[in-house]
Ligand binder design. Structure first.
Ligand code: COA
Ligand code: AMP
Length: 630
């Protein structure tokens, strides 16, 4: 079948398409139908089924006689550790952890927050939640205590599972003090915490609240898989929106299983037993879908990599891992390849490794620039597939379906819509624009299985953020165009979200931090182009009248504040003090124009600008940092 056949199949009968895909899942009670549209515009999939995520990810493979197959490969150059966990071992470990959580009162529907680095125990914690029907919420290790506290208050977890520390190439990240700080800051307090003590740093445990990962499993009865409804949330994953308050994306259990399993074969061309490596982090959506879940549901092997593309120890680490474990396909962010290319432009380190089993490189998380794609194609000699998705969708909206029919690659495009997604480019009035014309990218409702049905405890925000601007559609927040062959090009965000090294961040959230500095009267944060990380945040501060403090000190303060409140991952280091910010007559800061000036792109003078002279002041200020060069 061709891609066009499959896409038409879905379009002509979505119900039959998804019911067929659902056959690959082991149900406790199969769904009577796929789509539940009674609550439109809130849609659900397979709601009346009963199912368990962990059973599908582990137990069914063991029962089918595949217990010896490797489920997880752990490779950690930062700790010099490597090991493999079979499906049978994983079953024992997860059932025991789930049993211990249950013994302490965690039940179906309870939330469990997970704050862990890239160790297999992070995946085990997620699966143990799935075994019990508990709802996990994983928080990325690069976030600071305050961000963790915001998530604790929103998800109100009964338990928190954390590691004692994370290991970055040049320093240890002290997770436990961050966690203690977050619990102090939060209004909600968990009943208990489970701490995975790492050799590199053993953390202090609070008597009565904190339990040791191994110790608390002693003597417990392993837990069996608890069946849950198809529309039971399997997790909440927070992502950046326009403000500092993150959005809690929910994933329903059944749709998640069906969609991820479908993508393994059809999109990534992965079969049971193959090794598929997503070099991301469990704290991001890519890590949820393609480190923790999809491979296991499909009976394949996943890889937990605790390291960086460069510096651990060198730019050949990715090639070492691909050859050592027979990786069939790698999925990472373009920024990782830019980092490798910068260190080893001629790809010399590749010569040391045998990559003959490597078939495809998938890129996502940010725009894949054509230079990076062509470099990777030349050096690796395999198809390099850009695909576009979001935390909200959980799997690719547009891609080149390698398991159906590899389509011609067009540089700069993540290719074509996947079945389930009717992607349209709209003008402000909600009408489709002509091919080649830019517009807001929207997806006709309903979204397919595996995508977000709602936000955690925030239905009104879900509707206003995604559904109200274009009635009948989901608004992606991305802008771009379609070409005459139906290939999509993602060009920009329509909101204040930026993308730094494949990490999605809110400039609004950073502005909230800057504005809280006592000397700051007004501020703006924009994303400027960066050759390594894609974008970097850059702040502008206007100081209170009469402020006499040294500007360098104030900048030092705000850089430390963003690092302390949001986290090192924000990579906020660039900041300028200016007299005024450019605004419209109604007082809206012209951030998009500032971005164009910084990136030395052409721009139209906004018709509503209050005082055009301010743009020259901004340009002069940006030039002191090396931006806005003509
Ligand atoms: N826990 C704690 N801190 C973390 C962290 C984690 N899991 N991940 C990153 N950080 C810290 C880093 O140590 C760094 O801190 P520093 O300011 O003290 O140096 C800061 O956050 C910024 O990190 P990062 O943006 O990753 O920059 P980097 O210079 O360390 O590495 C790359 C640059 C390109 C090598 C790296 O960003 C990378 O591998 N990116 C791939 C992105 C990716 O996987 N995205 C997921 C979507 S697919
Ligand atoms: P996240 O929710 O962190 O996965 O970030 C999603 C956002 O990253 C999207 O809305 C896009 O702005 C951007 N993005 C992800 N993948 C791509 C891609 N392949 N091309 C361009 N932008 C992308």
């Amino acid at each position: 079948m061709t891609y066009a056949d499959v896409y038409d199949d879905w379009k002509s009968d979505p119900e039959a398409f998804w019911m067929k895909a659902a056959k690959n899942i082991s149900w406790v009670k199969p769904p009577s139908k796929a789509l539940f549209d009674e609550g439109a515009p809130i849609y659900e999939w397979f709601s009346d089924a009963m199912v368990n995520t962990c059973y599908n990810a582990i137990d069914r493979h063991v029962e089918a006689g595949n217990g010896k197959r490797t489920a997880i490969i752990y490779d950690s150059p930062v700790t010099d550790t490597k090991h493999k966990i079979s499906y049978a071992e994983l079953q024992t470990r997860v059932a025991s952890l789930a049993g211990a959580l249950r013994a302490k009162g965690v039940e179906k529907g309870d939330r469990v927050l997970i704050y862990m680095p890239m160790v297999p125990e992070a995946i085990e914690a997620m699966l143990a939640c799935g075994r019990l029907g508990a709802v996990h919420s994983v928080v990325f290790g690069g976030f600071a205590a305050n961000e963790l506290a915001v998530r604790i208050d929103d998800a109100t977890p009964k338990a928190i599972i954390a590691a004692s520390c994370g290991i970055e190439p040049n320093h240890v990240i002290h997770y436990k003090p961050l966690l203690d700080g977050a619990i102090d800051l939060a209004n909600h307090k968990p009943d208990f915490c489970v701490i995975f003590q790492r050799e590199q740093e053993v953390a202090h445990l609070e008597e009565g609240r904190d339990f040791d990962w191994h110790g608390f499993q002693y003597g417990v009865t392993p837990a069996e898989c608890v069946p849950v409804e198809g529309n039971h949330p399997s997790y909440i994953l927070y992502t950046s929106g326009t403000t500092g308050q993150p959005k809690g994306v929910i994933r329903h259990t059944a749709g998640h299983l069906v969609a991820l399993d479908w993508t393994m074969g059809s999109l990534y061309n992965i079969n049971a037993g193959d090794v598929f490596w997503a070099a991301s982090d469990v704290g991001w959506v890519v890590g949820h879908s393609y480190i923790a879940y999809a491979q296991l549901v499909h009976g394949a092997t996943t890889l937990v990599f605790e390291g960086k593309p460069v510096g651990t120890p060198d730019a050949g680490t990715f090639w070492r891992i691909i050859s050592e474990y027979n990786v069939k396909a790698l999925f990472t962010a373009p920024t990782a390849f830019r980092a490798i290319k910068r260190e080893d432009p001629d790809g010399k380190l590749l010569e040391k490794y045998d990559l003959s089993n490597f078939e495809t490189l998938f890129l996502a998380g940010e725009r894949a620039d054509p230079d990076t794609i062509t470099w990777a194609q030349d050096k690796l000699g395999v198809p390099v597939i850009d695909h576009w998705w979001q935390t909200e969708t959980g799997w690719a909206i547009c891609a080149n379906p390698m398991g159906i029919e590899p389509l011609p690659v067009k540089l700069g495009s993540p290719s074509v819509p996947m079945p389930g997604y009717d992607v349209q480019v709209l003008d402000e009035g909600g009408h489709e624009v002509a091919d080649g014309e830019m517009g807001a990218i929207a997806i006709k409702l309903p979204l397919p299985p595996g995508t977000l049905p709602n936000l955690w405890n925030a239905e009104a925000r879900f509707k206003s953020a995604y559904l109200e601007h274009f009635p009948g559609y989901y608004e992606t927040g991305d802008a771009g165009f379609k070409d005459e062959d139906g290939y999509l090009y993602i060009m920009a965000r329509t909101d204040d979200v930026i993308n730094v090294a494949g990490h999605r961040l809110s400039t609004g959230g950073m502005e909230e931090v800057l504005a809280s500095h006592p000397d700051v009267a007004e501020c703006a944060v924009i994303g400027v182009a960066d050759t390594l990380k894609g974008q970097l945040p850059l702040g502008f501060l206007c100081l209170n009248a009469g402020c006499t403090r040294d500007h360098a000190d104030i900048i030092k303060d705000v850089v430390a504040m963003v690092r302390g409140k949001i986290g090192p991952v924000a990579a906020f280091k660039l900041c300028l003090i200016v007299d005024r910010l450019p605004k419209t007559r109604s007082g809206k800061i012209l951030r998009a124009t500032m971005v164009k000036i910084a990136d030395a792109e052409d721009y139209k003078m906004p018709a509503t600008i209050d005082d055009p002279a301010i743009l020259d002041e901004i340009k002069t200020a940006l030039q002191t940092l090396g931006y806005a060069q003509d």
